[in-house]
Design a protein around this ligand. Sequence first.
Ligand code: PLP
Length: 450
Amino acid sequence: PEGRETREWIEKDRRYVWHHIQPYVASRDPMVVVKGDGAWVEDLEGNRYLDAMSGLWCVNLGYSQKALAEAAYQQLLEMPYFPLTQSHLPAIRLSEKLNEWLGGDYRVFYSNSGSEANEVAFKIARQYHAQRGEPTRWKILSRYRAYHGNSAGALAATGQAQRKYRYEPLAPGFVHVPPPYCYRCPFGQTHGACGIECASAIEQVINWEEPKTVAAVIMEPTITGGGVIAPPPEYLGRVREICDKYGVLLIIDEVICGFGRSGRRFGHQNYGVQPDIVTMAKGITSAYLPLSATAVREELFEAFKEDEPYAHFRHVNTFGGNATACALAVKTLELMDEREYVKRAEELGERLREALEPLAAHPNVGDLRFFGFMAGIELVADKATKEPAPSNFVGKVIAGCKRRGVIIGKNSDTVPQFNNVLTIAPPFVVTDEEVRLIAAVLGEALEEAS
Ligand code: PLP
């Protein structure tokens, strides 16, 4: 586009559009994206960027999958929408496919966003216990540093104080436990000799809270937006045992880790546990349309079948399970199967690890963390003290990458000074060479900022 026109769009954006989560900075122009191709996006001025964050960890199959657009178009022509108070073929197909992917027997409830999927999970968990004669089980345990969404319950479950500041009080009944964060172990321990105290702490908190009041524990397989914090390998299995011991449901938030990002179909499959409830969004449609799902073990659904006026799940949303979004999701999963994107994500995770590992020697890189095809690079001011790198340093590295044509992200955490983890989670369509490019650019930007 012509320069003048470009300026006009930017001025209009600055006048009318309220951007998500970003502070308003009068001098900062937004990046207005007009095109996407594979892992690359192009802005109004014609600058091209490799999107190493897949948007918000979601455009897993990249920006130009025609088959997805066609699946949506066909469904729009055939039958765009009908409420899921009844049913439609795309929802039936998708539910069957998700069962295949989950490798279990799950009943699926659809919404539009990850936040809603988690809200649904909390309501189902509480009602399940109530229906089985334990109405006092209503508390939900979650972890500090985790993000579970923006709505009252999902934000209450979120363990990042800065996201909640000025919006509290939110919802009662949410209790937090420390994360399995080996680099800064909340218990001052070292993995190998720690007895997984981070998991035992969950048992302790359940006891302190009184087990009869605890409905569920929610966690991601690996904390993602909170700084790519992968737990010790034995952690999730231990959490499953604790949940079983106390009759507490285990909700696994697969909003980011699901759909191949972890190198398996779902993140929890890396740890051999079966969740009671699985929540998903983002990659379910590769973000081409909004859709989310809450998959509930069929045994739990039994409790909702009783012949009593309040026994069923009294929850509806107009758009949840939109037929077009479901058809697009079915196509997303079919493409992933046909083209073996999950296997490719696993391989790409290895390539990313190899490419980034040399950066571990950099004086400002405190910790490098990986889970499937994602990485977290924790920046420090001092390797010995682990003092977090200041936010202007982190900002400079991100800006340096962008100037060189690569978009990377950063975590959000409990308090702003711990927003010091760079994040990388590219689409699965990148080449090995593009993975090396991301690492090379990051290396240059780090040097420049130091
Ligand atoms: N859960 C996790 C782990 C997330 O990362 C997010 C969003 O980033 C959500 C839930 C909320 O999803 P949404 O933004 O679609 O509401």
